[in-house]
Design a protein around this ligand. Sequence first.
Ligand code: ZN
Length: 208
Amino acid sequence: MVSSLSAIRRLMLDLLFPSKCVSCGASGELICGTCFAQIHRVDELIPAKYLSGVFSIYRYEKGGVLQKAVKAIKYRFIREVSGYFRHDIECVLKCNFANDYIAAAVPLHRKREKWRGFNQAAELLYCIDFPRCDFLTRKVHTKPQAELHRADRLSNLRNAFAVCGDVSGKNIILIDDICTTGATLSECARTLKEAGAKEVWGVVLGHG
Ligand SMILES: [Zn+2]
């Protein structure tokens, strides 16, 4: 019932507001073929404190299609845009990690999740065929990282996360949208390791 209601709601919204490309505005799709072709896979492995490594899937440029897509998800609340990236996320997870690794979305504080209506990192994992579990919660409602200088980002997050469940001996892959300084992933990883997690990795859409 709920899914058919949301399908009807979606259909009505599509009729009232036909899909437009979040990057160029062309009608038809949320990311048109021309713009999607400008998002390049790079599969870089970047370092981050407390993590074994972070896979950054695409090249990320200011003003580029990926940045516009992420902004559309986060600030225009078009969660369906996440669907364009799930195939590659699933590929990266399956190609690089055995199935004793578990994917976990970087959590939002419940106030921010309520404001947005969803957690954009969890959306990236939605319906993906890979083990996943929500191992972390965000217990402190911090300032958005984007509003802070680099040096303040880590202190803003200190002790912001808490572990739920037993993570001891587990290999965990944190999923997030964009990695800027790595402060969020590092603080999540520090929290997980303190609770006994074995390896912590990251997978993000891009970094920069
Ligand atoms: Zn386009």
